[in-house]
Design a protein around this ligand. Structure first.
Ligand code: GRF
Length: 193
Protein backbone atom coordinates (compact mmCIF):
# COMPACT_ATOMS: atom_id res chain seq x y z
CA UNK A 1 0.00 0.00 0.00
CA UNK A 2 1.41 3.45 -0.85
CA UNK A 3 1.83 5.61 2.23
CA UNK A 4 -0.75 8.38 2.62
CA UNK A 5 1.07 11.73 2.64
CA UNK A 6 0.86 13.58 5.97
CA UNK A 7 -1.66 16.39 5.98
CA UNK A 8 -0.53 19.95 6.62
CA UNK A 9 -1.54 21.15 10.07
CA UNK A 10 -3.59 24.36 10.04
CA UNK A 11 -4.38 26.81 12.83
CA UNK A 12 -7.34 29.12 12.26
CA UNK A 13 -7.63 32.51 14.00
CA UNK A 14 -11.13 33.93 14.46
CA UNK A 15 -12.87 36.72 16.35
CA UNK A 16 -16.52 36.18 15.53
CA UNK A 17 -19.01 34.25 13.43
CA UNK A 18 -16.45 31.90 11.96
CA UNK A 19 -18.27 30.91 8.78
CA UNK A 20 -15.01 30.80 6.82
CA UNK A 21 -13.50 28.73 9.64
CA UNK A 22 -16.46 26.35 9.29
CA UNK A 23 -15.89 26.10 5.53
CA UNK A 24 -12.23 25.19 6.15
CA UNK A 25 -13.15 22.61 8.80
CA UNK A 26 -15.73 21.05 6.49
CA UNK A 27 -13.30 20.94 3.58
CA UNK A 28 -10.70 19.32 5.84
CA UNK A 29 -13.19 16.52 6.47
CA UNK A 30 -12.86 15.39 2.85
CA UNK A 31 -10.42 12.48 2.50
CA UNK A 32 -8.44 14.08 -0.33
CA UNK A 33 -8.01 17.43 1.46
CA UNK A 34 -4.27 18.10 1.96
CA UNK A 35 -4.72 19.81 5.34
CA UNK A 36 -6.28 19.21 8.72
CA UNK A 37 -7.40 21.79 11.25
CA UNK A 38 -5.29 21.30 14.38
CA UNK A 39 -6.27 24.36 16.41
CA UNK A 40 -8.79 27.20 16.43
CA UNK A 41 -7.64 30.35 18.20
CA UNK A 42 -9.94 33.17 19.25
CA UNK A 43 -9.16 36.49 20.88
CA UNK A 44 -12.86 36.70 21.78
CA UNK A 45 -13.67 33.96 24.31
CA UNK A 46 -17.37 33.81 23.37
CA UNK A 47 -16.93 34.09 19.61
CA UNK A 48 -19.93 32.33 18.01
CA UNK A 49 -17.64 30.29 15.74
CA UNK A 50 -16.15 28.41 18.70
CA UNK A 51 -19.26 26.25 19.14
CA UNK A 52 -18.88 24.86 15.61
CA UNK A 53 -15.20 24.11 16.21
CA UNK A 54 -16.04 22.37 19.50
CA UNK A 55 -18.78 20.31 17.83
CA UNK A 56 -16.15 19.10 15.37
CA UNK A 57 -13.72 18.19 18.12
CA UNK A 58 -11.14 20.80 17.16
CA UNK A 59 -8.87 21.91 20.03
CA UNK A 60 -9.20 25.57 20.94
CA UNK A 61 -7.08 28.28 22.45
CA UNK A 62 -9.08 31.30 23.54
CA UNK A 63 -7.65 34.32 25.26
CA UNK A 64 -9.12 37.81 25.62
CA UNK A 65 -6.59 40.33 24.38
CA UNK A 66 -7.85 43.11 26.64
CA UNK A 67 -5.15 44.72 28.73
CA UNK A 68 -2.32 42.89 27.01
CA UNK A 69 0.34 44.35 24.78
CA UNK A 70 -0.01 43.21 21.17
CA UNK A 71 3.37 41.49 21.01
CA UNK A 72 2.78 39.78 24.36
CA UNK A 73 -0.62 38.47 23.26
CA UNK A 74 0.72 37.33 19.89
CA UNK A 75 3.58 35.48 21.61
CA UNK A 76 1.03 33.42 23.56
CA UNK A 77 -0.90 32.68 20.35
CA UNK A 78 2.36 31.72 18.66
CA UNK A 79 3.17 29.38 21.55
CA UNK A 80 -0.27 27.70 21.34
CA UNK A 81 0.12 27.23 17.58
CA UNK A 82 3.55 25.65 18.01
CA UNK A 83 2.34 23.37 20.81
CA UNK A 84 -0.34 22.15 18.37
CA UNK A 85 2.41 21.65 15.74
CA UNK A 86 0.64 24.03 13.37
CA UNK A 87 2.37 24.65 10.02
CA UNK A 88 0.08 27.21 8.38
CA UNK A 89 -2.10 29.91 9.92
CA UNK A 90 -5.40 30.94 8.33
CA UNK A 91 -7.02 34.19 9.45
CA UNK A 92 -10.80 33.95 9.22
CA UNK A 93 -12.45 37.13 10.39
CA UNK A 94 -9.64 37.74 12.89
CA UNK A 95 -10.20 41.36 13.82
CA UNK A 96 -6.78 42.16 15.19
CA UNK A 97 -3.62 43.48 13.63
CA UNK A 98 -0.70 41.09 14.04
CA UNK A 99 2.57 42.22 15.51
CA UNK A 100 5.55 42.33 13.11
CA UNK A 101 7.31 39.63 15.16
CA UNK A 102 4.42 37.22 14.68
CA UNK A 103 4.26 37.89 10.94
CA UNK A 104 8.02 37.31 10.73
CA UNK A 105 7.75 33.96 12.55
CA UNK A 106 5.10 32.73 10.12
CA UNK A 107 6.23 34.48 6.94
CA UNK A 108 4.76 32.90 3.82
CA UNK A 109 2.64 30.60 5.97
CA UNK A 110 -0.14 32.98 7.08
CA UNK A 111 -3.11 33.60 4.81
CA UNK A 112 -6.16 35.80 5.05
CA UNK A 113 -9.45 36.14 3.23
CA UNK A 114 -10.57 39.67 2.45
CA UNK A 115 -14.02 40.58 1.11
CA UNK A 116 -12.92 42.62 -1.91
CA UNK A 117 -10.96 42.29 -5.11
CA UNK A 118 -7.58 43.36 -3.76
CA UNK A 119 -5.61 45.53 -4.23
CA UNK A 120 -8.86 47.52 -4.38
CA UNK A 121 -10.81 48.17 -1.18
CA UNK A 122 -8.40 47.26 1.56
CA UNK A 123 -9.71 47.76 5.08
CA UNK A 124 -13.21 47.65 6.54
CA UNK A 125 -16.74 48.23 5.15
CA UNK A 126 -15.77 46.99 1.72
CA UNK A 127 -19.32 46.19 0.57
CA UNK A 128 -20.70 49.67 1.28
CA UNK A 129 -17.63 51.33 -0.21
CA UNK A 130 -17.98 49.28 -3.39
CA UNK A 131 -21.63 50.29 -3.65
CA UNK A 132 -20.89 53.96 -2.96
CA UNK A 133 -18.28 53.95 -5.72
CA UNK A 134 -20.79 52.54 -8.22
CA UNK A 135 -18.65 49.48 -9.01
CA UNK A 136 -20.15 46.76 -11.17
CA UNK A 137 -17.97 43.98 -9.82
CA UNK A 138 -16.86 42.92 -6.36
CA UNK A 139 -15.55 39.77 -4.78
CA UNK A 140 -13.10 38.20 -2.38
CA UNK A 141 -9.35 37.58 -2.23
CA UNK A 142 -7.18 35.05 -0.42
CA UNK A 143 -3.70 36.44 0.13
CA UNK A 144 -0.49 35.90 2.04
CA UNK A 145 -0.30 38.10 5.13
CA UNK A 146 2.50 40.62 5.49
CA UNK A 147 3.06 43.51 7.90
CA UNK A 148 0.96 45.79 5.66
CA UNK A 149 -2.83 45.67 5.91
CA UNK A 150 -4.56 43.45 3.31
CA UNK A 151 -1.36 43.29 1.30
CA UNK A 152 0.86 40.39 0.27
CA UNK A 153 0.81 37.91 -2.58
CA UNK A 154 -2.65 37.26 -4.00
CA UNK A 155 -3.31 33.51 -4.06
CA UNK A 156 -6.85 33.43 -5.46
CA UNK A 157 -9.84 35.64 -6.17
CA UNK A 158 -13.55 35.14 -6.81
CA UNK A 159 -15.66 37.74 -8.50
CA UNK A 160 -19.36 38.55 -8.09
CA UNK A 161 -21.41 41.09 -10.02
CA UNK A 162 -22.93 44.03 -8.18
CA UNK A 163 -26.64 43.81 -8.97
CA UNK A 164 -29.19 46.55 -9.23
CA UNK A 165 -30.94 46.99 -5.90
CA UNK A 166 -28.04 45.48 -3.94
CA UNK A 167 -27.41 46.84 -0.49
CA UNK A 168 -24.34 46.10 1.62
CA UNK A 169 -26.07 43.13 3.21
CA UNK A 170 -27.19 41.42 0.00
CA UNK A 171 -23.80 42.01 -1.56
CA UNK A 172 -22.00 40.66 1.52
CA UNK A 173 -24.17 37.53 1.41
CA UNK A 174 -23.34 36.89 -2.23
CA UNK A 175 -19.61 37.47 -1.66
CA UNK A 176 -19.64 35.19 1.41
CA UNK A 177 -20.97 32.25 -0.64
CA UNK A 178 -17.92 32.64 -2.87
CA UNK A 179 -15.57 33.05 0.11
CA UNK A 180 -16.62 29.66 1.44
CA UNK A 181 -15.55 27.98 -1.81
CA UNK A 182 -12.50 30.12 -2.46
CA UNK A 183 -10.75 29.82 0.92
CA UNK A 184 -10.60 26.00 1.16
CA UNK A 185 -9.41 25.74 -2.46
CA UNK A 186 -6.74 28.44 -2.12
CA UNK A 187 -5.43 26.94 1.13
CA UNK A 188 -5.23 23.50 -0.47
CA UNK A 189 -3.23 24.96 -3.37
CA UNK A 190 -0.85 26.72 -0.96
CA UNK A 191 -0.05 23.66 1.14
CA UNK A 192 0.46 21.60 -2.03
CA UNK A 193 3.07 24.08 -3.40
C1 GRF B 1 -15.49 37.62 5.99
O1 GRF B 1 -16.22 38.44 5.14
C2 GRF B 1 -14.02 37.69 5.65
O2 GRF B 1 -13.77 37.91 4.30
C3 GRF B 1 -13.56 38.87 6.44
O3 GRF B 1 -14.31 38.85 7.62
C4 GRF B 1 -15.52 38.13 7.42
C5 GRF B 1 -15.50 37.03 8.43
O4 GRF B 1 -16.68 36.26 8.40
N1 GRF B 1 -12.14 38.83 6.65
P1 GRF B 1 -16.70 34.86 9.12
O5 GRF B 1 -16.33 35.11 10.58
O6 GRF B 1 -15.72 33.97 8.44
O7 GRF B 1 -18.11 34.37 8.99
Amino acid sequence: MPETPAKARIGILISGRGSNMAALIEAAGQPDCPYEVSLVVSNVPDAPGLAFAAAHGIPQFTLAHKGMKRAEFDALVDHALREARVEYVALAGYMRLLSPGFVEQWRGRIVNIHPALLPAYKGLDTHQRVLDAGETRHGATVHIVTEALDDGEILAQAEVPVLEGDDAESLARRVLIEEHKLYPAALADLVRR
